[in-house]
Design a protein. Structure first.
Length: 332
């Protein structure tokens, strides 16, 4: 079994996962309530919350898995070492290094994005490859293909705002608070997605993304029609984003001859996106793997899942492992 630790932002998470990727325990504590009045995550507050939460979260994860906290039957500890907020990352990395040393087990540093790419395996460990994964979060929008186990190739990424970032910025402009993604998704369900003809940036070309222009188009439309129903704005904006994402997934799947389509990242919890990607998979007669909502947002089970792959490769970390807030994901 592997103990996973995830502290890259405002969630403090720990999980115990078995080799067959069954989850023995998964604990997530969020400090998001501390940040809502500021309209976004405040790094200093997030780091302090991590310090307060890491001990109790680890204890609960081990207890929920039925393990003795003093001498647990853990074979390795996997921890997010980047990218993320450096103060938050350091809390998790420090805890993992201490446990690795105390228990005499391997330490495995994991890229946070790699964890999201492994999240679909928590639902279906035996994914049929090639797998095209759309990873959409607050800071990243990536299209990735996995042809061999754990070997990821980048197909496309955003040239400016990530999809989740555009959601948060539009939500802030509309006065919907933080986090913006869930607020827009809820409001969009009551609005008219055809009320505004927002652009679909780069929809018909390549596998890259661009959402900055769409964000600007929303702001200009609202300025020109200040009395427009906010639900209609939200629904029209979401329809534009999802249309682009689904079109890119379909193009990528056809290009690589994918057998499976998967989602990862916080925006993978979006109801419209989940429905659209499911439709794309049905269109191509491919398997579709959508992480449960709990595995879309930051969690430690996905870090442990990635840890098993690294452990099988013998790719373990030294106790000098540091936190890298700008850690890049390595592609084949």
């Amino acid at each position: 079994m592997i103990l996973g630790i995830e502290t890259s932002c405002d969630e403090t998470a720990a999980a115990v996962v078995a080799e067959d990727l069954s989850i023995r325990s998964s604990v997530v504590v969020s400090s998001i309530a501390l940040h809502q009045e500021f309209g976004g995550v405040v790094p200093e507050l997030a780091g302090r919350a991590q310090v307060e939460s890491i001990g109790p979260v680890l204890e609960r994860a081990l207890a929920d898995a039925g393990l003795d906290a003093h001498a647990p039957s853990i074979d390795a500890v996997a921890v997010t070492c980047g990218p993320g907020l450096v103060g938050s990352l350091l809390v998790g990395v420090s805890a993992a290094k201490a446990l690795s040393l105390a228990w005499g087990i391997p330490l495995i540093g994991i890229n946070h994005l790699e964890g999201h790419l492994f999240a679909p395996r928590l639902e279906r460990p035996d994914l049929a490859r090639p797998v095209v994964t759309l990873l959409v979060s607050g800071g990243h929008t990536l299209l990735v293909v996995e042809r061999e186990d754990g070997e990821f190739e980048l197909l496309g990424s955003t040239i400016d705002d990530a999809a989740g970032e555009a959601y948060d910025k539009v939500a802030r402009y509309l006065g919907l608070g933080y986090p913006g993604g869930p607020a827009i998704d809820r409001l969009a369900s009551t609005g008219d997605p055809k009320a505004f003809a927002f652009p679909r940036p780069m929809r018909s070309e390549g596998l890259g993304f661009s959402f900055s222009g769409l964000k600007t188009a929303v702001i200009r439309a609202v300025d020109a029609a200040p009395g427009a129903p906010v639900a209609d704005v939200a629904a029209s904006f979401q329809a534009a984003v999802v249309d682009v994402l689904a079109a890119k997934v379909a193009r990528a799947a056809a290009l690589v001859g994918a057998r499976t389509i998967a989602l990862g990242g916080g925006v993978a919890a979006n109801s419209a996106l989940r429905a659209a990607v499911t439709d794309v998979a049905a269109q191509f007669d491919m398997a579709c793997v959508l992480p449960t909502l709990a595995h879309c947002t930051d969690n430690a089970a996905m870090i442990a899942a990635a840890g098993f792959h690294r452990l099988r490769l013998g790719d373990v970390s030294a106790l000098s492992l540091g936190a890298d807030p700008s850690l890049a994901l390595e592609f084949a």
